[in-house]
Design a protein around this ligand. Sequence first.
Ligand code: NDP
Ligand code: BG6
Length: 545
Amino acid sequence: MTPEATTQGGGQAAAGPASSDATNTSKAHPRPRSLPPVLSKAPPAAMVIFGASGDLTARKILPALARLADRGVLDDGFTVIGVARTAWTDEEFRAHVAEATPEGGSKWKALTARFKYITGEYNHPETFSTLKAHLDESDRLDGTAGNRLYYLATIPSVFGLVAEALAEHACTRPAEGGTFARVVVEKPYGRDLDSAIALDEQMHAAFDEGQIYRIDHYMGKETVQNVLALRFANAIFEPIWNRRYISQVQVTVAESLGVEHRGGFYETAGALRDIVQNHVMQVLALTLMESPTSTEADRVRDEKVKLLHAVDIPTPDEAVDKSVRGQYTEGFIDGEKVIGYRQEQDVSPDSQTETYLALRLRVENWRWAGVPIFVRTGKRLPARVTEVALTFRSVPFLLFDHRTSRDLRPNTLVLRIQPDEGISLEFGAKVPGEKFHVRSVAMDFSYAEAFAGMESADGYERLIHDAMVGDATLFIRSDEVQQAWRIVDPYLKAWSEPGGGMHFYPAGTWGPHMADLLVERSGDEWRNPVIDLELSGGRLTELPQ
Ligand code: NDP
Ligand code: BG6
């Protein structure tokens, strides 16, 4: 972590080891008196966006930059050069920027007035010679000081091509005098293990590993970073964070949206490549890894890699047996009728792409051996919710008979990543009354309430900032990407064989019935995150019967 990053009010500063100094304990409800700056000031730089006319740029990157500018994080010597095939002039690009950032304030508007755009194919050398000339001009006229941040927000199949072309045009090596040249690379990074290794070779021919920032926007979410704080800033969880106390782990990444206008992209990806290989593996690694020796980027990444390395690799038969893939058919979301996946724009009418996926994983190490790890993700599920739920083993002997304790569920710690960010602990309590009935209740921590009035940066804002200041902690190292592909590759291979199977589910339901059976085989069931969400309101709340 850079010195700049440690001054932030973000999640990492809290991620150090718990203090054992009893005189240093904070007050019962510490509230900051004044708000610390959310992000430190970034150095001057020219940011080159490949894919400047695309969806990600309009929906995430430009709004994140606008917020960074208006917070005063961007230097006066910051500018953007967009590159894509759409034939735009600089003025047309600036109009597009303005349309994508209606909330942008005066600082942002002042910066955007000098943004530039290059219309060009990535396989045409002229695109890159024009870019080189623009970069030199920005150093002279805009004060970008020789610093370059390339953002590959384009289709993954051209990532390597762009890196090679940048190297051929002498754009990838930092100039003398402490300047930087860094590249942010979007996901998915490769299509499988072999292509990820091949892409790494292309990238490493152009950039050193230290210049490459592989982005996973889940790592920019405060609640994902808070997994580190929860685990390593508190003494109470670590002793029970293992197979002796935890009976199963469930990771859910559910979306109510369908593929929208991204059908073309999604057909080449599917839920495994789009969500599991990256977002789920990152969340899982932070939740299950050993304690790093510091919050320094490589120490955290070392532990994530070790954890991913311990995830069991199934044989082809096991891969079929331990996975359920599904595709949504027409159904209802919030009472509105929605079409099925095969009817979506740019989707083949006999598509075999999965929009839902459930996996049963094993982590083969001393901490987690024997604990089933269930993972599920899907589009057009009943709600947008991402959470990790750790269920604790039942008591060795239950004092209460079945009739008075039938509403008692195993203790569960739920890390709610989104929405309604927070943490809840479900435990049994006596129902008021003469009879001794016990049932589950939830004790809830809500981010919004505990840190009321404190702003936090969204994932892209945080990560773009970190790339500018050179803090790689939340970015993904080459070996992490490869380990994650190593885990998911067998499923990809197994599904391409006859019998790989596809199970359909109506939009607005929690996925195919087969996925329930996957969990039930272990004597468990999927949680219903919506019920929990609705009932936990930052207080002790009762759970449904
Ligand atoms: P889009 O298809 O919307 O945009 C692709 C961009 O790349 C366009 O600007 C397109 O230019 C440009 N482009 C493609 N091929 C070429 C080429 N040969 N020469 C020049 N320009 C080219 O994709 P997205 O924005 O959705 O996705 C971009 C990346 O971001 C992908 O890696 C995706 O996985 C990742 N991502 C996207 C998310 C999202 O919500 N959209 C979320 C997380 C990651 P033009 O159209 O002008 O030809
Ligand atoms: C992206 C996927 O990486 O993550 C999308 O490409 C998905 O398909 C999105 O919708 C989900 O992100 P979030 O932050 O909304 O959970």
